[in-house]
Design a protein around this ligand. Structure first.
Ligand SMILES: [Zn+2]
Length: 345
């Protein structure tokens, strides 16, 4: 049993400046609810930091300069459509810049030993953002920028784990031909952005370092715990990450308005507890979780509460759950990846 880690939280009221328009699901209230929960449930319990801006160099380690210039130009307009589903107001560039910066800052706090776990409660989310394209409510790819920063600090093996309901096509695309960043995503393949099929496994040197787990609609707590217990344990053991980044979305919750899965908040406690215990035994990989999706603010707040409890050691009771549905997916994942020998065997 590991001792309770030192947990830090990055939060900032300026994320609320990113206004997306009436009835858009990616709204400022998504953060207001969890921030209230933190103040009420965990007053003074965690180290709290305000977000810092990323540097232009850090952003451009992932995004192409003309795209970054286009995002900056939105500051001159009240409203810009960056993509069919992704809008910007005059202050959105600032929130996007801070969201990326918060993740970079989290990496620094972890690598400098100021905390072992960091939770970046940011918006806009990031995992769908491509080097030159916004999409899926994402402007900059926060975790990809954080991973590039960690590489610049000398890390050679970074695991990005994505349990958001949707496939993080941006993260996959950015690291698809690299073996230094392992991308593991569980997602509903029939949902946006309709990528992340089993056979998408990476290319060139990155072959076998992208692992897509297509989960069916209705996937529940026992299913997800079985799946992650079997797969993630092996990936961490074989890949030996020096840092684990989590694209922490909650839209696979049963009550999410955009989702179609059946997880409860309990599952997220279990996932958080599992990830917390999986660093290499004598040299724990520090852990950065960055908020991605999750579109019911109250559900999001309750899931985050359970994640914090899981990171502190609760939620272990669901680990042992077995699911025939998940067992089939484990077999399929191993079958697809056997040939690469990166994490199987
Ligand atoms: Zn999502």
């Amino acid at each position: 049993m590991k001792s309770q880690p030192h947990i830090g939280i990055i939060r900032d009221q300026r994320f609320g400046l990113h206004k997306t328009g009436l009835s858009h699901p990616e709204s400022p209230e998504r953060l207001a609810a969890p921030y209230r929960m933190l103040d009420y449930e965990f007053p003074g319990e965690f180290t709290e930091l305000s977000a810092q801006l990323a540097t232009l160099e850090q952003i451009e380690a992932v995004h192409l300069p003309p795209y970054v210039a286009m995002v900056l130009a939105t500051a001159k307009r009240r409203f810009t459509n960056l993509a069919a589903d992704t809008t910007a107001c005059a202050d959105s560039y600032l929130a996007a810049w801070l969201a990326a910066g918060a993740c970079v800052q989290g990496v620094d706090a972890l690598l400098d030993g100021r905390m072992q776990v960091c939770l970046a409660l940011v918006r806009p989310p990031g995992h769908h953002a491509l080097p030159a394209k916004a999409g899926g409510f994402c402007i900059f790819n926060n975790l990809a920028i954080a991973a590039r920063h960690a590489q610049k600090r000398g890390l050679q093996r970074i695991l990005i784990l994505d349990w958001d309901l949707h496939h993080g096509n941006g993260i996959q695309d950015i690291f698809y031909d690299e073996k230094e960043v392992f991308y593991l995503s569980s997602h509903h393949c029939q949902s946006y952005p309709h990528s992340g099929m089993w056979e998408e496994t990476g290319q060139d040197l990155g072959q076998g370092y992208t692992l897509n787990l297509c989960i069916p609609g209705g996937f529940g707590d026992r299913d997800i715990m079985h799946l992650y217990r079997e797969i993630l344990t092996q990936v961490v053991e074989r890949f030996g990450p020096q840092l684990i980044l989590v694209a922490c979305g909650f839209d696979a919750h049963a009550e999410d308005p955009l989702g179609n899965c059946a997880l409860s908040a309990e599952a997220f406690a279990g996932l958080a507890a599992l990830v917390r215990t999986l660093g290499p035994q004598d040299n724990d990989a520090p852990l950065l979780l960055a908020l991605e999706g999750g579109y019911d603010p109250a559900v999001l707040a309750s899931c985050l509460r359970r994640v914090l409890e899981g990171l502190s050691g609760a939620g272990e009771q669901v680990w042992r759950a077995d699911s025939p549905k998940a067992a089939e997916l484990v077999t399929r994942a191993k079958g697809v990846h056997q040939a690469f020998g990166v994490w199987t065997g």
